[in-house]
Design a protein around this ligand. Structure first.
Ligand code: SF4
Length: 288
């Protein structure tokens, strides 16, 4: 019989728990309909659960179709100032669930843009990054990898002879951020200021997951397909344990992955609910 363990540190981060609890409380009170602006959490299974409680999902382009006085939830990633203005203009109510860690980062990025060039290490088009860039009036530049830095310097988008402040999206890999910092430090020297803005809950996960991934023969990483943090953490687990598989739910498990394995570990992203990890662990036991 295979031994199956669940990573005790996997599951929702504080920002996601806060947003989901706020939505659940609103829906239970029967205060009316609630629209999340974008997916409240990047996990299809948890989204369906919340939708069954009455949560609806809208998008920026469909905001003007909502009835006047409707309530819009801003998720943990935050939104740029233009979104708040649009919501106000349309006469909609807001429940702002921007994570306090993200809010502090937004304030720092805005302040930095008043004195330096701002460079953000993040995923182009990610909602958290769009909100950060929005706080700089569109002036901040986004770099997705240490390799992509060269193009920004070569085409003159970054002036390395002037002050630069570097920030990271909260869910990026600490190792890649360090590589980017060292590369830019080598070019800009003292003109570079680095802000350590990877969320402590994410940075800690790398170390914890490395231990967990090396303690099991097979790792099953559970994550929604649109979770940026899920992709980063899955790749990280895979670099430690090559027998790591990414799934969205128990129906995607393949018995062949566990051949001759004595133990399997189940873990996930900051957007993966605990109940789903438990379901996957039970399904692995049932395969044997
Ligand atoms: S990962 Fe950290 S910063 Fe991002 S929402 Fe979760 S708690 Fe907040």
């Amino acid at each position: 019989m295979i031994k199956v363990g669940i990573d005790p540190h996997s599951g929702f981060c504080g920002g996601v728990i806060r947003a989901i609890t706020t939505a659940e409380d609103f829906l239970r009170r029967g205060d009316g309909q609630l629209w999340s602006l974008g997916e409240i959490v990047h996990n299809e299974a948890e989204l369906s659960r919340l939708q069954s409680l009455g949560l609806q999902i809208t998008s920026h382009s469909r905001l003007d179709a909502l009835p006047k006085g409707a309530t819009v939830l801003i998720r943990a990633h935050g939104e740029p100032p233009a979104t708040y203005s649009r919501i106000k203009e349309l006469g909609l109510n807001v429940i702002d669930c921007t994570c306090p860690v993200v809010l502090r980062l937004q304030d720092k990025v805005e302040a930095a843009a008043g004195r330096s060039q701002v460079l953000i290490f993040g995923k182009i088009g990610h909602p958290e990054v769009l909100a950060l860039v929005g706080r700089t009036g569109g002036r901040a530049l986004v770099v997705e990898s240490p390799e992509a830095l060269d193009a920004l310097i070569d085409n003159g988008a970054i002036d390395v002879s002037a002050p630069i402040e570097l920030f990271s999206q909260t869910t990026m890999s600490p190792g890649s951020y360090l590589q980017l910092e060292e590369k830019l430090r080598g070019i800009a020297g003292e003109r570079l200021t680095v802000h350590h803005s990877i969320c402590a809950q994410v940075a800690g996960r790398h170390k914890e997951l490395a231990e967990f991934a090396s303690e099991h023969d097979v790792i099953v990483f559970v994550s929604g397909s649109s979770s940026s943090n899920g992709k980063v953490l899955y790749q990280w687990c895979r670099s430690i344990n090559p027998r790591t598989y990414l799934i969205g739910g128990p129906e995607e498990l393949q018995p062949g992955w566990f051949g001759e394995a004595a133990s399997a570990g189940v873990c996930g992203a900051t957007s993966t609910p605990k109940w789903l990890l438990e379901k996957v662990a039970a399904a692995i036991k049932n395969l044997h």
